[in-house]
Design a protein around this ligand. Structure first.
Ligand SMILES: [Zn+2]
Length: 134
């Protein structure tokens, strides 16, 4: 007798370490997928807010182009920084994945353009605002 029975054997410790390893191998990818999904959702929500600002700008000015000092449309598409009067903190709206937003007019057939807010982060894509006839 006299043998100390407290504590864990090496085999027990190895089994626990292997179980922890297997569980973390299953948990880490699902955690990163959840983070990615949350980033895509937040990015889309930001672009939805910006799309309302772009639509309001279009209603006010009848164009999605910047205006010169005389109020005539230039050949530059309105930028996020031009939407300050339509959305609070337009400049502060950033993609949580690190992408940048741009307002893009994709020309469809003839004079019809789709207005989209594009995130340049891979996989985030375009958020369609509306189609215009200019
Ligand atoms: Zn994004």
């Amino acid at each position: 007798m006299g043998q100390d029975q407290r504590g864990f054997t090496l085999i027990e410790m190895l089994v626990v370490i292997v179980i922890i390893g297997v569980l973390s191998k299953m948990a880490i990818p699902s955690y990163t997928r959840a983070v990615d999904r949350a980033e895509v959702g937040a990015c889309k929500a930001n672009r939805r807010i910006l799309s309302t600002a772009v639509a309001t700008y279009y209603i006010d000015h009848s164009t999605c182009y910047k205006l010169d000092s005389a109020g005539n449309p230039t050949d530059q598409v309105v930028a996020i920084s031009d939407l300050a009067e339509y959305v609070e903190n337009a400049e502060a709206m950033k993609c949580p994945g690190g992408g940048d937003y741009t307002i893009v007019l994709t020309s469809g057939d003839g004079k019809v353009s789709d207005v989209v807010i594009r995130c340049d982060h891979e996989g985030h894509g375009d958020f369609r605002v509306f189609g215009t006839t200019e």
